[in-house]
Design a binder for this molecule. Structure first.
Ligand SMILES: Nc1ncnc2c1ncn2[C@@H]1O[C@H](COP(=O)(O)OP(=O)(O)OP(=O)(O)O)[C@@H](O)[C@H]1O
Length: 299
């Protein structure tokens, strides 16, 4: 358990209403320094709304929110300089070259350097960290979609943020770029950056998140590590095996005991043994289904 003094993000009973429609019905969660928190939920669940409120771009209807110790509705420039934001895509500055743009954007952060955090990030180091060294002198409009997305990430972290918001960061990445990006997020978290990201890619969530929050029906329907969530829902595991070439499948809530009995009964004849627990995808689909059909969530 982390020291409660390290809270970076605290959300209590957050509500959002657009016109007459309630989108967030009172959500609460906390994030700690160096934690990677992943926000999941179906289209329209309120992920972007939540993130925009935390970034100070959207005014909430009700509830308490503290981001790096400040209410985002009242955050000034010095507070904003401690945040990094990677939105869905950066479409401007096509005529600029990669290094030029990062140099310029980085210079805005220089006045916010502190003894502990030197701002901005050195441009060439940053370009290398996001895998754009070969393209540093290219015009932005000449970049491919994935390269441009890497630039979006570089723009989000050029000021060495203490808290980084990533909205579907790897959309359009090839598998290697995704792997490199995941390594980058792990490095940022190791250096104490707190990361809040949204994704629809459950494999990505499982690889990156220390904690997953699932939004459904305007509420947090689950909050825990990928492993904890799977256990909450994984009532039954599926055991598969063969005996003398014949395949068997059995569902049980007590897989270990079942496997023990199996070996007691058949000994070495048991082959191809597999125990499959609920995946994050199974868990996600079940929890969202429960939320949408009005069943109270699991926390
Ligand atoms: N400015 C707005 N005015 C009115 N309704 C809005 C506005 N922005 C979002 N909504 C509604 O609020 C709900 C939540 O939207 P939001 O964009 O936060 O969802 P999301 O979880 O980010 O979805 P997605 O996965 O599709 O990006 C949706 O039903 C959307 O139609």
């Amino acid at each position: 358990m982390r020291d409660p003094g390290e809270v970076v993000l605290r959300v209590e009973d957050l509500r959002m209403r657009y016109g007459a429609r309630d989108v967030l019905h009172g959500i609460s969660f906390t994030a700690y320094r160096g934690e990677v928190l992943c926000l999941l939920g179906p289209n329209g669940a309120g992920k972007t709304t939540t993130i925009e409120i935390l970034e100070g771009f959207r005014m909430r209807s009700a509830g308490e929110v503290s981001v790096l110790g400040t209410d985002p509705a009242r955050g000034g420039e010095d507070w904003r300089a401690r945040l990094g934001v990677v939105l869905q895509s950066w479409r401007d500055h096509g005529k600029w070259r990669v290094r030029e743009l990062l140099d310029l954007l980085g210079s805005y952060y220089a006045p916010y350097s502190t003894g502990a955090i030197r701002r901005p990030w050195d441009t060439d180091e940053l370009i290398a960290a996001v895998g754009l060294t070969e393209h540093a002198d290219r015009k932005i409009r000449m970049l491919s979609g994935g390269q441009r997305r890497r630039l979006d990430v570089a723009i989000g972290i050029v000021g060495r943020p203490e808290l980084l918001f990533l909205d579907e960061p790897t959309a359009g990445f090839d598998p290697r770029a995704r792997r490199e990006f995941h390594d980058l997020v792990h490095h940022l978290a190791d250096a104490d950056t707190t990361v809040l990201l949204t994704t629809h890619d459950l494999d990505e969530a499982e690889k990156l998140a220390d904690r997953i929050l699932i939004l459904g029906g305007g509420q947090v329907v689950a909050d825990g590590s990928p492993d904890q969530l799977s256990r909450q829902i994984a009532g039954e595991a599926e055991v598969r095996w063969t005996v003398r070439g014949q395949h068997f499948v059995h569902s049980t809530t007590e897989a270990t005991k079942y496997v023990y009995e199996l070996f007691k009964q058949h000994g070495d004849a048991v082959a191809d043994l597999e125990v499959r627990r609920a995946s994050l995808e199974d868990t996600y689909l079940e929890l969202v289904h429960r939320a949408e059909s009005g069943v109270v969530g699991v926390r």
